[in-house]
Design a protein around this ligand. Structure first.
Ligand code: DQA
Length: 157
């Protein structure tokens, strides 16, 4: 007998350097909400959309790459705010290229209204969508987008 197993889609939410200081860090650019607020928003959004999340933050490039590797085979999608590594890290791009699911890149600030060195993101070369300048609501928008896409794929199967 074939059993009907309903698998909940898993989304990894990865945050890069200095995002642990949200709330304290340049509030005029990043707002007053903390990383805990971001995590709460992601968990609430995921719950409403019927997906599961794993939430991480690291200040270390190699640790972010390890989490991307960990997502392979476990997650259907990644939300990533690579922070300053967006503009410098070919290694994070390469790691994301090894991941077979959807990728949403989030920036709390509008990187295109800021210094020119922030205008280019290596990660955007792999991202299925880029959300920039919506504040922490960008994470909610990303999870909603990914959950919808994953559901429509699931229904097509
Ligand atoms: C950021 C934008 C980056 O340029 C910056 O280095 C960050 C945060 C954002 O969320 O707006 O650390 O990714």
């Amino acid at each position: 007998m074939v059993e009907n197993i309903i698998l909940t889609a898993m989304i990894y939410v990865l945050n890069g350097p200095n995002l642990n200081l949200l709330g304290l860090r340049e509030p005029e650019v990043y707002g007053n909400e903390t990383l805990q607020d971001v995590e709460n928003l992601c968990r609430l959004t995921a719950e409403k959309s019927g997906v599961a999340i794993c939430f991480f933050q690291s200040n270390i490039e190699g640790a972010m790459i390890d989490w991307i590797h960990d997502a392979i085979g476990k997650a259907s999608a990644i939300v990533i705010n690579p922070a300053a590594y967006s503009h410098t890290s070919i290694s994070i791009l390469d790691a994301l290229q090894c991941f077979n699911g959807l990728v949403a890149e989030v920036h709390i600030s509008n990187i295109h209204r800021r210094e020119s060195f922030r205008h280019h993101s290596y990660v955007s070369l792999r991202a299925d969508c880029v959300i920039s300048g919506c504040g922490i609501a960008g994470y909610r928008i990303a999870i909603d987008f990914l959950a919808e896409r994953l559901k429509s794929w699931h229904q097509e199967e």
